[in-house]
Design a protein around this ligand. Structure first.
Ligand code: FAD
Length: 476
């Protein structure tokens, strides 16, 4: 029985993985403590991790503002709305973003109180294990708590370019890229992945000339090739300059000037001069300061905490979830693992299906997918049928004036079971939920095609793509 500073469960980290694990464990009647080191500018607690503070939430706030701005400048006139002059107040935009972040921080603290989670705002450190209970210290205090069950949810940090440290003034990680005080004239982005595309889009819409350098020869290789081709076409049309197959040779920073030296795909030398440089080349698991050695916590060769399919580490009673373990670095993946682990600790059955985790890129058009890509199906020799439907033929998209992109359904060639759904187009982030639901229930493309979809909605494009699997789209 837990008493005083003894808890049933201690959760280390209050990102989407950690705070969700703590809340769910609290709901299940366990005595829970959650520790998180993040502080806001005033020195107060800022639970929510990367996602809330410098990731999902602030990036979506800026994407939304910049999309409004671009619509006002370029697209409202198509609707007959005349605006004489439009200006962006970057300071106000950033203040709004900070307010959105703060609301989310406060929301998590409220949920902790509601679910009787004891929160410690400090760095947690394993001190050892006595009689089956782990001792965990909290930095800046003499608090030591103990628990037999510990959930490690310490997340990830931005990966720097070798030899080029983030100074967050000129060379920016996602943190600095979400807080540039003025629209830069020339913005360089190294890495055309999800984070680079989203943040590059924000500043391009606000007026920066954005050049993205990507080492891989293919654009968004994790996405379906047809979808990636369409997205690249749209982004290029909008003015994002994306160079693929580029090898970075060095970055020279002197005063306010940044010069990126590289070799392009044709092996010719080139350079990019810019005023700010975002480096978005992936993220590294974060175990710094955790002192996992004190309990013999095993990491894999890439520094991730090693876990089995149920998120158990090698240390008995210690679990790890989210970005600090294998699998996609996505907030909703962390949350699913959190619920599964909390329920398993409480004696229930927890399970996460990594095959039905949706991926989303919140550009315009948005990109979202779940399941296998067409190139994966081809490579595996699996028989499949594909159906596609363009948003140009969707009544709602036309009414919105947002017709770029398509929906694509891939189904098993024999059983018709849905194997993958890929969307590039308006609100793809919302549309993908139907596909996740369908795949989770092992639906066939015919199931999606036979379900009534309201008219006129964007979701009709998904239904039409499902109909197209059988060659019977109605509106194209
Ligand atoms: P984190 O959110 O990284 O949280 C870990 C927490 O643990 C942090 O608060 C950290 O301070 C704390 N911590 C670490 N060590 C200790 C310690 N020893 N003691 C106490 N506290 C500690 N994902 C999406 O699904 N959708 C998106 O739209 C999206 N957008 C993104 C945009 C950007 C710019 C970035 C960078 C990421 C984005 N992500 C998005 C990814 C998402 O942010 C992560 O997958 C998610 O935050 C992982 O959650 P987590 O709980 O594992 O870790």
């Amino acid at each position: 029985m837990a008493t005083g500073n003894t808890f049933d469960v201690v959760v280390i980290g209050a990102g989407p993985g950690g705070y969700t694990a703590a809340i769910r464990a609290g709901q299940l009647g366990l005595k829970v403590a959650c520790m998180d080191a993040w502080r806001n500018e005033q020195g107060g607690p800022a639970p929510g991790g990367t996602c809330t503070n410098i990731g999902c939430i602030p990036s979506k706030a800026l994407l939304h503002t910049s999309e409004h701005y671009e619509n006002a400048r370029r697209h409202f006139a198509d609707h007959g709305i005349r605006i004489e002059s439009v200006a962006i107040d970057v300071e106000k935009m950033l203040a709004r973003k900070r307010a959105v972040v703060r609301q989310n921080n406060e929301g998590i603290l409220y949920l902790f109180r509601k679910n009787h989670v004891t929160f410690f705002n400090g760095q947690a450190r394993f001190e050892g294990r006595d009689a089956g209970a782990y001792r965990i210290g909290v930095s800046g205090t003499d608090t030591v708590v103990s628990a037999s069950q510990v959930v490690v949810a310490t997340g990830s940090v931005a990966r720097p370019l070798p030899g080029v440290a983030f100074d967050e003034q000129r060379v920016l990680s996602n943190d600095g890229a979400l807080a540039i005080p003025q629209v830069p004239r020339r913005l360089g982005v190294i890495g055309a992945g999800v984070v680079g595309l989203e943040l590059g889009s924000v500043w391009r819409r606000l007026g920066a000339e954005v050049t993205m350098l990507e080492v891989l020869p293919a654009f968004l290789p994790a996405a379906d090739e047809q979808i990636a081709r369409e997205a690249l076409k749209q982004f290029t049309r909008q003015g994002l300059k994306i160079q693929l197959g580029v090898n970075i040779e060095g970055v020279d920073v002197s005063g306010d000037a940044i010069k990126v030296r590289y070799q392009d795909a044709g092996k010719a030398g080139g350079s990019l001069e810019c005023d700010k440089l975002i480096v978005s080349i992936g993220r590294l698991p974060n175990t710094e300061g955790l002192n996992g050695q004190a309990i013999g916590l095993k990491l894999d060769e890439r520094g991730f905490v090693e876990v089995d399919a149920g998120c158990r580490t090698n240390a008995p009673g210690v679990w790890a979830i989210g970005d600090v373990v294998r699998g996609p670095m996505l907030a909703h993946k962390a949350e699913e693992e959190a619920v599964a682990v909390a329920e398993t600790i409480a004696g229930q059955h927890g399970h996460v299906d990594l095959d039905t985790i949706p991926w989303v890129i919140y550009t315009a058009p948005e990109i979202a997918w779940v399941g296998k890509t067409e190139q994966q199906l081809k490579a595996s020799g699996q028989a499949y049928r594909a159906g596609t439907f363009p948003f140009m033929a969707n009544g709602r998209a036309r009414a919105m004036g947002d017709t770029a992109g398509l929906a694509k359904v891939l189904a098993d060639g024999e059983t018709d079971r849905v194997l993958g759904v890929h969307i590039v187009g308006p609100l793809a982030s919302e549309l993908i939920s139907e596909a996740v639901l369908a795949m989770s229930f092992q639906a066939s493309s015919e199931d999606i095609a036979r379900i009534v979809h309201a008219h006129p909605t964007l979701s009709e494009a998904t239904r039409e793509a499902a109909l197209a699997v059988d060659g019977r789209a109605l509106n194209f």
